[in-house]
Design a protein around this ligand. Structure first.
Ligand code: NAP
Length: 271
């Protein structure tokens, strides 16, 4: 490989697996990884949508492949991971991206709905990670990426189960980053704010979003953060990055933060 090729395709010869690759952020991250040279595995439930993304990935990485699976079915994850490892010959970059919202107040949410969110957004990526980790450790390399959310650190209104699932994911990733020290396997988390061009804000069974979506950023910004973390080995990136200041401001005075969010929420509901 020439130096120019290595710069254009830094993941040449590597493999990646992206969950929730049939739309939104996952589809764009998968294509970006393929453009960077990785053979990419795609997972989601909708076969036709995955096939479109697969065709785009194969234009850059012909050995890319797809699997349809319901990742909320935790008992199916070990078999899925084994099938992916057989086909791709191991996974170098796992991007746990599949996720669901549940926009409603706690007093309007059933216990089953809270569990559904935590199962898909937290327990499922943990199970998939644990299934692929032994192979990464045996090869002495790997990147475990979680697509979290600023909700992990900033307790969003009307999204308690969602925020909790992303906070749990982030806490698991933080400890895992330390536990894996010396193995060659690294943990990374991307915390996006509002991202446009996804289906998250139009899924049925959710309230209208409180936030103004006109500020939303393109999904490519999340893909760039994933590529940057894999290259640098860093742990966490906010998209946009100034949300890091908001998170540290909150940590310095949580009471003031909660009071401010109450006021913001009242204003949004009245507007
Ligand atoms: N958009 C934002 O502003 C934003 C901000 C912060 C974080 N995020 C996070 O980014 C990730 C991607 O969200 P997005 O905005 O791109 O939304 P999206 O367009 O709705 O994408 C969600 C993806 O997850 C898949 N998925 C959902 N349930 C699944 C299941 N049970 N089994 C397998 N796959 C499943 C969907 O595919 P199928 O329906 O085909 O299964 C789809 O590919 C999520 O984790 C979300 O929390 C998004």
């Amino acid at each position: 490989m020439t130096q120019d090729e290595a710069e254009r395709r830094p993941l040449g010869g590597r493999t990646a697996l992206v969950t929730g690759a049939s739309s939104g952020i996952g589809a764009v991250v998968a294509q970006a990884l393929a453009e960077a040279g990785a053979r990419v595995g795609l997972v989601a439930r909708r076969k036709d949508r995955l096939a479109d993304v697969l065709a785009r990935c194969r234009a850059h990485a012909p050995g890319s492949a797809m699997w349809t699976a319901d990742l909320a079915d935790l008992d199916g994850i070990d078999d899925l991971a084994a099938a992916v490892e057989r086909e791709l010959g191991g996974v170098d970059v796992l991007v746990n991206n599949a996720g669901m919202p549940k926009r409603r107040r706690v007093q309007d949410m059933s216990p089953g709905e809270a569990e559904e969110v935590v199962r898909l957004n937290y327990l499922s990526p943990v199970r998939l990670t644990q299934a692929l980790l032994p192979g990464m450790i045996a090869r002495g390399r790997g990147h475990l990426v979680a697509i979290g959310s600023v909700a992990a650190r900033l307790g969003p209104p009307h999204e308690a189960a969602y925020g909790a699932s992303k906070a749990a994911l982030t806490a698991f990733w933080e400890s895992m980053a330390v536990d894996l020290d010396g193995t060659g396997v690294r943990a990374h988390v991307v915390q996006p704010a509002l991202i446009a061009g996804t289906e998250l804000f139009t899924l049925p069974g959710n309230e209208e979003p409180l936030s103004d979506l006109s500020d939303a950023l393109p999904p490519r910004e999340v893909a760039d953060a994933v590529l940057e973390l894999v290259a640098s080995g860093g742990f966490e990136r906010y998209v946009p990055d100034w949300f890091a200041e908001m998170a540290s401001g909150k940590a310095a005075d949580v009471d003031a933060f909660v009071a401010g969010v109450k006021e913001w929420t009242r204003d949004r509901l009245e507007s």
